[in-house]
Design a protein around this ligand. Sequence first.
Ligand code: AKG
Ligand code: FE2
Length: 238
Amino acid sequence: MQQPEWQERVASQDWPRIAHELDEQGWSCLPALLKPAECEALTALYDEPARFRSRVVMARHGYGQGEYQYFRYPLPLPVEALRLALYPRLAPLANRWNQTMGLPTRYPEALPEFLERCHQAGQQRPTPLLLRYRAGDYNCLHQDLYGEQVFPLQVAVLLSQPQRDFEGGEFVITEQRPRRQSRVEVLPLAQGDAAIFAVHHRPASGSRGSYRVNLRHGVSRLRSGHRHTLGIIFHDAS
Ligand SMILES: O=C(O)CCC(=O)C(=O)O
Ligand SMILES: [Fe+2]
């Protein structure tokens, strides 16, 4: 499948609904972004070490249990094409959020320009990754920040089928509002569905104007089976 077809696939999602949900709750699910065969093919890449620049065993860093690998450049076609096609959909929203939160950073229209900015700032290593969980594994609540350059939204695609391939292993997002206790949401994902979510904060509107909400995401413990995820982060890492 060539780049224009991926652009079309991304374009065929319901972007008014997605933008509305991102504004309201800081996350939105895109149904069937990848087909089952594409999910299986990406999952199989996990066992090809040459595709990756580094591997992280989560328990060694206190990140949870399970492991993940960061792809090398050049990224595999679906990952590269999705990263390129998704970014321009999200950049206007990121700019609007920053304006609302009184933050000066604005994002260029296209990904290559933003990556150039990352590279200038010394963030040159690719961040798209594959994650692998087995029974008992989990991913602690975290924020994927890799340097001063941050694109405020990211995407995760579930490559495995809940109930068939694994049980447990729910994708969760917590929201910390000023002077309140944290609130948690479980995202309803099936194989091939993507979650778009805020990396670290988002604006929310209250009775006295807008305020900043802090978000973290993670994965609850797998009770059984295997679970793989494709993570697409737009900023590169230092
Ligand atoms: O495995 C998951 O669903 C979470 C992956 C994750 O933390 C990410 O894509 O940044
Ligand atoms: Fe993450």
